[in-house]
Design a protein around this ligand. Sequence first.
Ligand code: FAD
Length: 470
Amino acid sequence: MEYDYDIIIIGGGGGGMTAALFAHAAGAKVMILEADKKLGGATQYSEGVVYAAGTSVQRAQGIEDSAQAMFDYIMTLNAWQTRPDIIRLFAERSAMTIEWLISLGAKYEWVVKSGVDTVPRGHCTVGAGAEIARLLSEAVGGQGIETVLATRVDSLIEENGAIVGVRASGAELRSKAVIITTGGFGNSPGMRAKYFPSVAQHGDIVYAVHNFAPFILGDGIKLGEAVGAAVTGHDTGLMLPSAALIPNAVEAFLPPWTMLVNDEGRRFMPENSPYAVSGYLINEQTRSHAWAIFDEKTMIEGSQDKRFSDPYHTGAESQTWDEALIRKHAATGKIKTAPTLEALADQLNIDRFALAETMRRYNEDAHAGQDSEWQKVSPKYFPLENGPFYAVEVRASVIGQTSAGLDIDTQGRVRDIHGRPLPGLYAAGEVLGCVQGKRYSGGGMGVGNALTFGRLAGEEAAKYAASKAS
Ligand SMILES: Cc1cc2nc3c(=O)[nH]c(=O)nc-3n(C[C@H](O)[C@H](O)[C@H](O)COP(=O)(O)OP(=O)(O)OC[C@H]3O[C@@H](n4cnc5c(N)ncnc54)[C@H](O)[C@@H]3O)c2cc1C
């Protein structure tokens, strides 16, 4: 058979460019097909945090860590409801990803605890995702890897049970192997309803951080399904809490100066919990929501300090928790407000006595400077004592990452519905459904997945292509 390329890569985001670079380095003739007018995908808009253990950056900062510790953390947080072989591979190869990024020119000043882990593993890339995308696309260009933009792949070519190319823009392109790196499906309401119903339930206010990357529509899942690929990881992904006071605002972190209660009038988490747990906990409450309560004084003083919204040191700021915006929505009734806590409880349909008791304990602790029950650690822990009081409804309605998708084995080969590898088909990145598990373990798991599994797919597809006669 005549082949146009050894490997065709569908999607030129972080995973696709990484796969291309490693496949090219292994001697394969590679082409990237990208639907958008530029390379970079969601990766270029990310905060650029990369999750990894045992890196030179950690060592330079005196942080002791290991692949085993990263494996243990992710498996434990997920109650072992994720694949140990995949997580083992991820943990063991994660440091290579950081060292490789550094070799391309990436810089790291901060490593942060980006989940509920005990060790800082969130490597904050200086210049965020834009810098990662710039470094990767420069490397792709520098290596002379062929890239075709504005070309959306419609289907895979299958012959005798093997994947041997793609169809796009009315043309057929033949290759010995194909790698799917099309990212997630955050921008597709239909895919969200089908594969991420826990967030889709929030209706009109649902928003995906992928918004600026127009082709994050789940194409890779559909391409795979059409040739018999399995889809796994149903209803998993990163759900971020949001007050939805501005349409399409992203606020991954809630301010520490509010008291968050459920419909029973009880607290259920430290208000400033990392998003490895916060959205999930809010979604598990009655009516899948919570109320962020504060008083006038706290709103004025607390909202002036935005440091809580930028734990990754990227310069990002909360768009929502501003005094002016809160007052505006209090005037329209979207934010509830009342002169006394009892009156606020009545408006929210919360038992007055439960809310009063929760507030009593909260204020006692705030005066003592220690959250005895929920262990919030925060420099912004105000007593909430003098009306008017405010209540902002919070839902886990922002999609930070979709995690349902294709299933791979430890060679990056896409598995079919019977669990067998589909010859010639590889995948990496957010299109995978077998990496994240029930919980998004921490900031950096998305880019980490894209780059670590992108490398694996590139290396393995190159070996497979080399084994096939031209
Ligand atoms: C605002 C924001 C902040 C984030 N912050 C972080 C963070 O700090 N750390 C972290 O780990 N994760 C973060 N994430 C998530 C992370 O960016 C993604 O999970 C990861 O970058 C996905 O990489 P990928 O290569 O799989 O897909 P992408 O980088 O999204 O690339 C997929 C590419 O495939 C193309 N494509 C799709 N369909 C087709 C088709 N049919 N034909 C051809 N091309 C196609 C798309 O146009 C796109 O360019 C963030 C995401 C966003 C949007």
